[in-house]
Design a protein around this ligand. Structure first.
Ligand code: GAL
Length: 662
């Protein structure tokens, strides 16, 4: 299935013509066509230009932009333009603006300055979305709708009175009665017993630690409140243009929004990714995000924004070294993207992003950046046939936003050093280094067919989720501090691992986080040792074999890692999970898509009559890879067999025909 009606891979970026005199537009369109750009994201921040006064529209300029793009064969990812409310709306309704946890009403002068719960804001976005859909729904350039922009980037939450009212309605829906809320929030603690919903507030700045269930419900509410904003616009677009796909750009793997829930509301998943060029391992984090994006709908997705070179929002904005822009683009494709797009097309000359790189830099067509743009356009044409091909993964990593949010109540946790993204990355990085394909799953997903499922952490685990894991017939690894609480953040009877106790065959007697700088040592059955830095548990072994024990310290001789049948439990956070992972991968019969040396990433996509092996050398020296099967490198046209040399920051994309195919 294609992402949009555009055949092949998508290539383009954010285009902000309103920042330029009209004479420049013709040159933009000509250069886009020359580079092979086939899609431009338009009107993301254009509300104040499209509706300069309430209900008075100025669409002339956007009409001309869309016509021009279309004449040059370029489609539009057309934004509903609702990412920044215009000054007149703020002037008429000052309380459209968000309020922070300290009660400060934030001022205009940046972007995304809206309260997600504001009925005035929502109604104004609905009006604009309808007018946009009616005006451009039939425009031949329109390929997809882009609602708002990066929800939760600057405004994840608002603490105003309107938000408080909305939060109370959300809570009343969830708990039906104030007694239900009191029970769930455990308000008998610290004298918080409520007798009416109108006494309940968002978790504004308070004298001490805030009720953790209130915080957890607030995180759920904030994700839902923004999703409602999205749905207000989506419903209108679906009504007026039912055949045009709708997206909003996600921000890679971040705690703010429950992307499982969000992706279900979209037609296609799109993502913005900004791996730091100064960090030699940032491509590993990007790979994890990309695998999440593919997994959200289990189909190809779109890299909607990345930087051609430097960004403008880090303390030090390092440009990408030669080859990295191309390599990182190919990486997104390797992980299932059907297009690569950038922020932005033409480098700005004013505003906060004037030093942010662009496909067409300040230095124009003489720049090295422009040569990179041209080269990438050609490469994407050569790879057109991979569009729509899929990825199969035997291994799945469990990611649950409830657990992520539950852990993020640092004032009431045994340790503030547990972040779910870090815990995921600790398993993902060694899988990635081995060239093993990984999907992300929610604990509510069907796990059938996986060989190995890894739950790095399930702090919050329901009886249903535990039952699903127990019914899974593959290999399972569960990380520490799992099965601790229920959906209300109440500790399960008997303590951790709660509903997982029987499955794991262990009970946690005591959590023992390690102070910063200290370490513990774990000794495996083969006498090798691992270092543990952040977390240990005193385990009581009920019905499991012990794979590793602590050596030295208070836990000397106690079980650290256990196994019951196909289920391995780690009561500690190993610095390096490789000893456990290698063993379980072998038992589960999981194989890499290719045997790769350090620094080379291997991914596979499957088509109807061929599969595609991406070999990406992220290193700064050449690497040699042994090939299991011969194939043709789509980037160079070379036929390759046995071994291939891949230059620094270079890649090959091998087309390997199925038996009997050419
Ligand atoms: C994104 C945003 C873009 C642009 C970009 C710069 O977060 O969606 O509008 O600001 O960052 O890196």
């Amino acid at each position: 299935m294609q992402l949009t009606r555009i055949p092949g891979l998508l290539f383009g970026g954010d285009y902000n013509p309103e920042q330029w005199p009209e004479e420049v537009w013709a040159q933009d369109a000509k250069l886009m066509a020359e580079a092979g750009v086939n899609i431009a994201t338009v009107a993301v921040f254009s509300w104040s230009r499209l509706e300069p006064r309430p209900g008075a529209y100025d669409f002339g300029w956007l009409d001309r932009v869309l016509d021009l793009l279309h004449e040059h064969g370029i489609a539009a990812d057309l934004a509903t333009a609702t990412a920044t409310p215009p000054p007149w709306l703020i002037r008429e309704h000052p309380h459209v603006r968000p309020v922070d946890a300290n009660g400060t009403l934030l001022d205009f002068g940046s972007r995304q300055g809206y309260c997600p719960s504001s009925p005035v804001f929502r109604a104004a976005t609905a009006r604009l979305a309808r007018v946009m859909a009616q005006r451009y729904g039939q425009h031949p350039a329109l390929a997809m709708w882009h609602i708002s922009n990066e929800y939760a980037d600057h405004t994840l939450e608002c603490f105003c009175d309107e938000s408080a009212r909305h939060f109370r309605t959300w809570l009343a829906d969830r708990y039906a009665s104030i007694d239900g809320l009191d029970a769930a929030w455990g308000t008998s603690c610290w004298g918080q017993h409520y007798t009416a919903f109108d006494q309940v507030n968002p978790p504004r700045k308070a004298p001490g630690p805030i009720n953790p269930t209130q915080l957890l419900d607030w995180r759920r509410f904030c994700s839902d409140a923004l999703l409602e904003c999205f749905e207000v616009e989506r419903a209108i677009l679906r009504e007026v243009t039912p055949d045009v796909p709708v997206t909003t750009n996600f921000m890679s793997i971040l705690p703010g929004l429950d992307y499982w829930k969000w992706a279900a509301a979209e037609d296609l998943v799109s993502d913005d990714a900004y791996p730091d060029p100064a960090d030699p391992t940032s491509h590993v984090g990007a790979a994890l995000s990309y695998d999440l994006m593919r997994s959200l709908k289990d189909r190809p997705w779109l890299l909607l924004e990345q930087a051609p070179s430097a960004v403008s929002w880090r303390a030090v904005n390092v440009p990408k070294p030669a080859g990295m822009m191309r390599l990182h683009s190919l990486q997104a494709l390797a992980h299932g993207a059907d297009g690569v797009m950038f922020f932005q097309w033409r480098q700005a000359v004013y505003g906060p992003e004037k030093f942010h790189s662009a496909l067409l830099p300040h230095a124009g067509v003489r720049s090295r950046g422009w040569q990179d743009t041209l080269r990438l356009g050609k490469d994407l044409e050569k790879l057109a046939e991979i569009a729509g091909t899929r990825t199969a993964a035997d291994v799945a990593l469990v990611l649950d936003w409830d657990s992520w949010w539950g852990l993020a109540a640092p004032e009431s946790m045994p340790s503030a050093r547990l972040d779910l993204k870090d815990l995921l990355a600790a398993w993902y990085a060694p899988l990635h280094a081995r060239g093993i394909a990984v999907d992300l799953v929610s604990p509510d997903h069907d796990l059938t067919g996986r060989r190995l499922v890894i739950a790095p952490n399930l702090y919050l685990c329901t009886a249903e989720q535990a039952a699903r894991l127990a019914a899974f017939d593959g290999h399972l690894i569960v990380g520490p501090f799992s099965g601790v609480v229920d959906t209300a953040d109440h500790v399960h009877p008997g303590g951790a691992p709660g509903p997982l106790r029987e499955l794991l065959g262990v009970s946690v007697d005591e959590f023992r986080p390690i102070p910063d700088g200290a370490t513990e040592t774990v000794r495996h059955a083969d006498a090798s040792t691992s270092t543990v830095r952040r977390w240990t548990e005193w385990l009581a072994v009920d019905d499991a074999s012990v794979l590793a024990r602590y050596r030295g310290g208070d836990l000397d001789g106690q079980a650290a890692i256990t196994r019951r049948g196909r289920v391995t439990y780690l009561g500690c956070l190993l610095d390096d999970v490789s000893p456990v992972l290698s063993d379980v991968l072998t038992r589960a019969g999981v194989h890499p898509v290719a045997d790769v040396p350090p620094g080379v990433e291997a991914c596979r996509r499957d088509g109807a009559d061929a599969h595609y092996l991406f070999l990406l050398n992220h290193g700064t020296t050449a690497a040699s890879v042994t090939l299991r099967e011969p194939g043709r490198d789509l980037l160079t046209g070379r036929d390759l067999r046995d071994r291939v040399e891949i230059g620094p920051r270079d890649a090959v994309v091998l087309r390997i025909a199925q038996e009997g195919e050419k």
